[in-house]
Design a protein around this ligand. Structure first.
Ligand code: GAL
Length: 643
């Protein structure tokens, strides 16, 4: 598979007379892909049942005639006003019970059957019309599921759908008459005897918001699982329609650090995973880190955040197929601060995606729009059509791609399991302010990267760990027995914890107490969360920050706090358990001690390294030149070598 570039384009934003020139300039730049259509429902169906696809026919034809291939988006993230007027109760409701109104985008509730049928109708029309169009080379469903916090909706239609979903989770036994679900089983599984919360009927169950105090975590957790399933079903409905008319691959554009639905389950219905990468915006509002860290990387982005998502979405894509569907090209409009990237960073971000196996990187967007919400968002072109800074960097990547090898995947030495189910459990019960599953996994990932290790992210359904020297499974609060068995049989080293196996499927603490590792003498006897400004020093270097378990048993201790409490222990010859949330230094010590033979490459602070099948890459995220392999790697520099 060749490495290719593309761009996001909105023909409906520009006079038709401009399209051919735009297409010619895109082709001259060397772009392959142009994503269009994903917000244009009102142009396609101005009035209910009256379709106007002629303009879209001409746009696709113009782009195709220039040699470009279209990624066609379904427009269901932006239902027009007439759809909302027809279905006023389709609007999502926030946790405070407020209706989220019309006037921007993503104003729909995944559980609204009427809205789903409107979506199926417009998608059917598009699939019938463009399914066999040779200029349409791929599809995108909707746009950024969950963006603007839209997976969880507390609407009436969500309430009804949640009850029906619960009935399927607790089916009635044959002998049970008069009810289609087993409410006693739900009461028992959730522990509703506590505070007299037992229900008599599924129709008494509400959504887990607006209660006087904390809801039962089992209830909140069930609602998150339900909400995730609603996204999967919504996406699947579109996929089924498109597949009936088209053989082109189907993608969705996921986001950074959005974990409200199970991307592996959505991805199982799609061909390509793609994501929207905005390194500077994410640094300010998503990737975490101190103010000093944010200042150091303000114009480059966090050095690990993009890579983490590249690796995650490679796992979400079928057969590892993944793209960057939107790449930040300059200042954006939506973060707390919106600086310009340092010169060279757009090129670096693009190459980093290719180093992690991307087939395509598409810039968002072609031309900066002078109107509406994103008028402060850069494009490859300025509003006056002159080239913006990123245009030249895209052209440079294009020239460099001429003699670059194709996408060549290779198994990494380290695997990390990422489980959206565990993320939901941590979200329901973080146990301490600021503690999250994503944050824990990301900290482990960063420690690996600081040791120059390439990482594969695996889904929680992975059972084959052959070829991995190290498998990390931090924070997986529910661990199925067959996963434990597969990890126990792994040939490499396995690192678990904290909170591994800490809950059963319905959010109760299992006995024997966690981690209940087969054959081990290790019990988590007590857990505590701590203020982030009260770290506990680890003997020999590093710290425990925010979360520490007290463990009992006779396991060999690998690391202790200065006070002597065990922090890392061996459950068996190849399985270790980490009983706290560690800082980078302590994480790196654990990695070195459990896998002393792993070939690590310590590098300057801001430099990251990544190996593919045929190449080794180094990236300088720092604001100063760095030295790598005896050479100067300038600011925003990329070093690429055959392996
Ligand atoms: C993405 C979105 C695009 C555009 C972009 C701006 O989240 O998919 O439509 O809004 O952000 O950065």
């Amino acid at each position: 598979m060749k490495r290719t570039l593309g761009v996001c384009y909105y023909p409906e934003h520009w006079p038709e007379a401009q399209w051919a020139e735009d297409a010619a300039r895109m082709a001259a730049l060397g772009l392959t892909w142009v994503r269009i259509g994903e917000f244009a429902w009102k142009r396609m169906e101005p009035v209910e049942g009256e379709y106007d696809f002629d303009w879209l026919d001409r746009a696709i034809e113009t782009l195709g005639a220039a040699g470009l291939t279209v990624v066609l988006g379904t427009p269901t993230a932006t239902p027009p006003a007439w759809v909302v007027a027809k279905h006023p109760d389709m609007l999502p409701v926030d946790a405070e019970g407020r209706v989220r109104g019309y006037g921007s985008r993503r104003h729909y509730c995944f559980s609204h059957a009427g809205y789903l049928s409107e979506c199926c109708r417009i998608v059917t029309r598009m699939a019938e019309r463009y399914g066999a169009n040779p200029d349409v080379g791929a599809w995108q469903t909707d746009n950024e599921y969950s963006c603007h916090d839209t997976t969880l909706s507390y609407s009436d239609c969500a309430t009804r759908a949640f009850r029906d979903w619960l009935r399927t989770q607790f089916p009635a036994p044959e002998s049970y008459r008069g009810n289609d679900g087993d409410i006693d089983a739900l009461n028992a599984a959730w522990g509703n005897v506590f505070w007299s919360m037992d229900y008599d009927d599924f129709d008494q169950i509400g959504l887990p918001n607006l209660t006087v105090t904390e809801v039962n975590p089992a209830h909140a957790h069930a609602f998150r699982r339900f909400s995730s399933d609603q996204v999967v079903a919504f996406n699947r409905a579109q996929v089924d329609i498109i597949r009936a008319h088209s053989e082109a691959p189907i993608a969705h554009n996921y986001m950074g650090r959005i974990t409200d639905f199970d991307h592996f389950k959505v991805g199982a219905d799609l061909d390509i995973a793609s994501w929207d990468s905005y390194p500077l915006g994410f640094l300010e509002d998503r990737s975490g880190g101190s103010d000093a860290h944010k200042r150091a990387y303000a114009q480059q982005g966090d050095p690990d955040f993009q890579a983490f998502h590249h690796d995650l979405y490679r796992a979400v894509g079928k057969d590892g197929r993944w793209w960057v569907m939107e790449q930040q090209p300059g200042p954006v409009n939506w973060a707390p601060y919106n600086p310009a990237p340092l010169p060279g960073m757009v090129r670096l971000w693009t190459w980093e995606a290719f180093a992690h196996g991307a087939e395509a990187v598409c810039y968002f967007r072609w031309r900066q729009a002078p109107f509406a919400q994103e008028q402060m968002h850069a494009g490859l072109l300025r509003p006056d059509s002159a080239e913006a800074e990123a245009f030249g960097e895209a052209a440079l990547v294009m020239a460099e791609l001429a003699d670059a090898p194709d996408v060549a995947p290779a198994q990494a030495p380290v695997a990390i399991i990422f489980d959206y189910g565990a993320d939901a459990m941590w979200a329901v019960q973080p146990h301490g302010a600021g503690l999250s599953y994503f944050g824990l996994v990301f900290d482990w990932y960063r420690a690996c990267r600081k040791l120059g290790l390439s990482v594969d992210i695996l889904p929680p359904t992975a059972r084959d760990f052959d070829g991995y020297a190290l498998v990390l499974v931090p924070g997986m609060m529910h661990m199925p027995d067959d996963l434990k068995g597969a990890l126990d049989a792994a040939e490499g080293q396995v690192v678990l914890g904290p909170r591994s196996g800490a809950r059963d499927t319905h959010f109760s603490i299992p006995t024997p107490l966690p981690p209940a590792w087969p054959g081990s003498d290790l019990t988590v006897a007590r857990v505590q969360s701590m203020r982030p400004d009260m770290p506990v020093p680890v003997d020999g270097g590093g710290q425990v920050v925010g979360y520490l378990e007290q463990v009992e048993g006779g396991s060999e201790v690998l690391l202790r706090t200065e006070d002597g409490a065990p922090v890392a222990l061996r459950c068996s010859d190849h399985v270790s358990y980490v009983a706290g949330w560690l800082d980078d230094a302590a994480h790196m010590r654990v990695l070195r001690s459990v896998a002393p033979d792993l070939e690590v490459h310590e590098m300057p602070d801001s430099v990251r390294r990544r190996e593919t099948g045929g190449e080794v890459f180094w990236f300088n995220y720092g604001a100063q030149d760095a030295e790598v392999e005896g050479k100067v790697l300038p600011v925003a520099g990329v070093l690429r070598r055959p392996r």
